[in-house]
Design a protein around this ligand. Structure first.
Ligand code: ZN
Length: 106
């Protein structure tokens, strides 16, 4: 479970980076003067489509993480709670599950 979540988080980070890079590429392309306007537009459309596809993949990973966090009992194999203190703000303190990474307000 923990390994799966870690892998999903890694994948999420990669996809976020990819999305950001693709968006940067669109911005650069928009600024470049291009003789062939049709070609420029189709290149931008292609990249935008890749952004959409990557965003969908990202959402799928987020959904998978959420699903795993929902079924996690936040309990260690020895029956002890897997929740550990992870800080507080002026209103609440927070605990994070060592297994699934879910942060709970308490
Ligand atoms: Zn958990």
């Amino acid at each position: 479970m923990k390994e799966t979540i870690e892998e999903l988080n890694k994948r999420l980070e990669e996809l976020s980076k990819k999305c950001a890079n693709l968006e940067k590429a669109v911005v650069s392309l928009v600024m470049i003067e291009f003789e062939d306007h049709e070609k420029k537009r189709s290149m931008i459309d292609d990249i935008r489509q890749m952004v959409r596809k990557t965003s969908k993949e990202k959402q799928a990973v987020i959904d998978a993480i959420n699903a795993l966090q929902k079924v996690c009992s936040h309990t260690r194999p020895d029956g002890k709670s897997a929740l550990v203190d992870c800080g507080n703000d002026s209103h609440y303190s927070y605990e994070k599950c060592d297994i699934c990474g879910r942060i709970e307000r308490c």
